[in-house]
Design a protein around this ligand. Structure first.
Ligand code: 5GP
Ligand code: MG
Length: 207
């Protein structure tokens, strides 16, 4: 796979595309007769998934969808550490008013679940959306969740997800490690502790 940090391909391109098609049809069936849905993708990780999902929804017959993106700062570090419990530091502004509207929140991955849960509350309570459903590209099968995480995971589940993955750091298809690998068309397991194969990752990021 070239870079020593990339351990193996977990989900290939063809599987992603098939699953997005299935997911889009399932979502479109649930929203039959509903117009004016606002699909909100969480930047940057869910940008690629959101772009593919909304086109899937259109192919599955949905129309009148508004597409928005929102920035949510969760983890300050490259990779989440054990001390990062429920740290949703800030939720950015939207460029449209969602009061009284139905929202589908789209994120790249549900790990402990705090981000999606906090977003859903924010859209319902602070922004006044009439209904919020949630869709994650990936959901992690946690090996050793804390009692707090177990309680959250059993009281809150996403409405839709693409694939379950093991409790590893995953990259590709929008997901990064320190802003790298988002462009990969597949999902790979990553070991961020390994050294990069080129000097490129040592260059100071532009933003
Ligand atoms: P949660 O609040 O569910 O614990 O964390 C969700 C957020 O953490 C995701 O939106 C994502 O930004 C980040 N995250 C969690 N696990 C991974 C992972 O394995 N890879 C990447 N790239 N981001 C992750
Ligand atoms: Mg995120």
């Amino acid at each position: 796979m070239g870079d020593p940090r990339l351990i193996s391909v977990l989900i290939d391109e063809a599987s992603i595309s098939r699953r997005i098609d299935e997911l889009s049809h399932a979502i479109a069936r649930d929203y039959v007769g509903i117009t004016g849905l606002v699909v909100v993708g969480v930047m940057k990780g869910a940008c690629i998934f959101t772009a593919d999902l909304v086109r899937g929804l259109s192919r599955a017959g949905m129309s009148g969808i508004r597409v928005e993106f929102i920035r949510v700062s969760t983890y300050g570090n490259e990779v989440k550490g054990p001390e990062d419990r429920g740290r949703v530091t800030s939720i950015g502004n939207l460029t449209c008013d969602v009061a009284g509207r139905r929202v589908l929140l789209v994120d790249d991955i549900v790990d402990q679940g705090f981000t999606m849960h906090a977003m859903k509350r924010h859209f319902l309570e602070a922004l006044g959306a009439s209904e919020v459903r949630t869709c994650a590209f990936l959901q992690k099968r946690l090996t050793n969740p804390t009692a707090e995480v177990q309680a959250l995971r059993s009281s809150f589940q996403v409405d839709y997800y693409g694939f379950e993955v093991d409790d590893l750091w995953v990259v590709g298809y929008g997901l990064d490690v320190a802003e790298e690998f988002r462009e990969l068309p597949y999902v790979a397991a990553c070991d961020p502790t390994k050294k990069a194969s080129s000097d490129e990752s040592q260059v100071t990021p532009l933003c």
